[in-house]
Design a protein. Structure first.
Ligand code: FMN
Length: 205
């Protein structure tokens, strides 16, 4: 598939056929994701591939338990909002596969030569660690499209990232960034119309 076609056809798929995704395909998606640019060329990634149904369900249960503890506000929309978020945060339990994307701390070139700690440099640089993770996850999504899978990026479950990290046996040196749920699409949602480029692009010549 042409890159342009993959970019244009990618959409968040949240309902999947139950066909298993071959491990070789999942590993290939992770490999392609790992080729993304990363701050200080640190390649800080760790990918945890989960296909064990019971584990996915246990993880979703933990996410749900957390959401249920958050008090609703007074708005009329509260009930709808909460049930929508519960779905967005837990549908991964029905995906044939999930890739958890985690990363370890990078060491910036600057911190080797100045009196400023890593966290402050990272903050001043606008969190290049998280920016790197975004590039990696986008590579993962586009690789899934290229291999005729549907996928969806999830950050909502990260509200219980410490619990989830333990459940997937992530070593302490890695921090969990996001999940990507993957499977053959059962239905593909209509895409929101894109904003016009004129609205978004400013040119300084
Ligand atoms: C950083 C990030 C976090 C996201 N987290 C979630 C999530 O937790 N659950 C979910 O269902 N979708 C999540 N999405 C998917 C967005 O809702 C989706 O990309 C957006 O609605 C646009 O739709 P499209 O991907 O089909 O173009 C996330 C996307 C991004 C970029």
């Amino acid at each position: 598939m042409e890159l342009k076609q993959a970019i244009e056809s990618r959409t968040s798929v949240r309902v999947y056929k139950q066909d298993p995704v071959p491990l070789a395909d999942l590993k290939e998606m992770a490999r392609l994701a790992s080729l993304a640019p990363s701050v200080a060329s640190s390649q800080p990634w760790k990918f945890v591939i989960v296909t064990r149904k019971e584990l996915l369900q246990d993880m979703a249960r933990k996410v749900l338990m957390h959401l249920e503890k958050i008090p609703p506000n007074e708005s009329r929309a509260a009930r709808n909002v909460i049930s929508q978020v519960e779905w967005f945060a837990t549908f991964f339990q029905n995906a044939p596969a999930l890739i958890a994307v985690a990363m370890e701390e990078y060491e910036s070139v600057l911190e080797k030569g100045v009196v400023m700690d890593h966290d402050e440099i990272n903050r001043q640089r606008n969190y290049p660690d998280i920016q790197s993770a975004g590039a990696c996850i986008q590579n993962l999504l586009l690789s899934a499209v290229d291999m005729n899978y549907g996928a969806c990026w999830l950050s909502a479950p990260m509200m219980v990232k410490d619990t989830l990290s333990k459940m997937i046996g992530l070593e302490d040196k890695y921090k969990l960034i996001a999940f990507v749920a993957i499977g053959k699409p059962e239905n593909v949602p209509a895409k929101k119309p894109p904003r016009s480029p004129e609205d978004m692009i400013k040119v300084i010549e």
